[in-house]
Design a protein around this ligand. Structure first.
Ligand code: V47
Length: 368
């Protein structure tokens, strides 16, 4: 009987998907509670195709940089941040970042720099403006996807400027888009538990809203697999969907599975998410986020084999070559830190899909 009820509930959701109807909180909970993971995957892939998705799976050639690991916030999920006094603290100057990036560019000709970092109180807003300007001048054709909404909010504190003024100044210096970090989980209960020192989620939305209105596209994320429940996950997705209805500037959604190593949660016995949870979340995100075109299976987080499977659960993007990643690896990620293009192409092809190298804005650069 229980199985029948569940199957019926999924059938009702399938009818809504086929009719192009929006799913609501109840539907989201039904999907999260379903154990029929293959049916979820099939439904999510169907939704992706009904909304215009084809065989393409996208990736970008990119370089990850972190300007500083010094952070004042002390989020409990983070293994990357340190204080200024710790021996491994670093804050790179614009010259150092440029030297590194230019050297890497000679090796790999990436088209995007993805850079996020801690909220260091030991710099001024000019530091941020200068590093954007210097990177842009050194590599004018490279798209600069820099700074989470939390960092933008931090810059308003450093400068006394509004979010709009900070964003406009950074855009004029060469900023191209914002990454999606800092979102964590929007629900107050969870935020108080995992990131009590972090700004209210309204600021995250205000920053992305302002960016979209200034013509700066952004990405969005959800950090899952810690203390949040299913309702808080779906609430998070619905809030992102509402924002996208208002401003339409999210390029992609990236679910981020919590990595507990070297965090306080590891000491409390927290474990890494399971493959089924990761796949379910990809599928449910695709189904709920009917207005965000791209869902990323982030291979750094889930590993290449699972990312390959996720391409049949609604994902259509595997992020990129990456080259260097520190935030997830500080928290115990065992994945590589770089994938060469031929390897990404092989993984996508063997999943039965067409690999497409894109730029940050999803213009197609090369198809295989
Ligand atoms: O906000 C930190 C997450 C984010 C852990 O836009 C963790 O394409 C799991 O912005 N386990 C920062 N996650 C990184 C970020 C990002 C990452 C990937 C893709 C994109 C994109 C943006 O990293 C933080 C937090 O949500 N994070 N620590 C951890 N232990």
């Amino acid at each position: 009987m229980a199985l029948l009820e569940r199957t019926d509930a999924l059938d009702e959701i399938r009818e809504k998907v086929e009719a192009g109807e929006r799913l609501d909180l109840e539907d989201g909970l039904t999907l999260m509670e379903s154990d029929d993971v293959l049916a979820l995957g099939e439904l999510a892939d169907r939704a992706r195709r009904l909304r215009g998705g084809g065989e393409e799976v996208f990736f970008v050639q990119n370089l990850y940089l972190n300007q500083t690991n010094v952070c004042r916030v002390k989020c409990k999920f983070c293994a990357f941040a340190v204080t200024q006094k710790q021996a491994d603290a670093y804050t790179y100057s614009g010259e150092q970042l440029v030297e590194d990036a230019v050297h890497q560019h000679e090796l790999t000709a990436f088209t995007e720099i993805h850079m996020v970092g801690g909220e260091t109180p030991h710099v001024s807003f000019d530091y941020y403006v200068d590093i954007v300007r210097q990177l842009h001048e050194a590599l004018p054709d490279v798209h600069l996807k820099l700074f989470t909404a939390s960092e933008i909010h931090h810059m308003t504190k450093l400068s006394g400027l509004t979010h709009e003024e900070v964003l406009r100044t950074l855009r004029d210096a060469g900023l191209g888009s914002l990454p999606g970090g800092g979102a964590e989980i929007f629900a107050d209960r969870v935020r108080r538990l995992i990131a009590p020192g972090k700004e209210h989620p309204d600021y995250w939305f205000h920053t992305h809203d302002a960016a979209h209105r200034l013509g700066i596209p952004t990405h969005c994320t959800m950090l899952y697999g810690h203390v949040e429940n299913y309702e808080e996950r779906i609430d998070h997705l619905l809030r992102l969907r509402e924002q996208q209805d208002r401003t339409g500037g999210f390029l992609a959604f990236i679910p981020l599975a919590f990595h507990p190593e070297n965090t306080v949660f590891e000491r409390r016995g927290w474990r890494h998410t399971t493959g089924v949870d990761d796949l379910k979340l990809i599928a449910v995100s695709r189904l709920m986020l009917d207005n965000i075109p791209n869902i990323k299976a982030y291979w750094i987080m889930m590993g290449m084999p699972m990312a390959q499977v996720a391409l049949h659960f609604g994902a259509n993007d595997v992020q990129g070559t990456v080259v260097r990643e520190q935030i997830f690896h500080a928290a115990g990620a065992r994945t590589a830190t770089e994938q060469k293009i031929p390897e990404l192409v092989r993984f996508v092809r063997e999943a039965g899909r067409v690999p497409v190298q894109r730029d940050t804005l999803y213009n197609q650069l090369r198809r295989w």
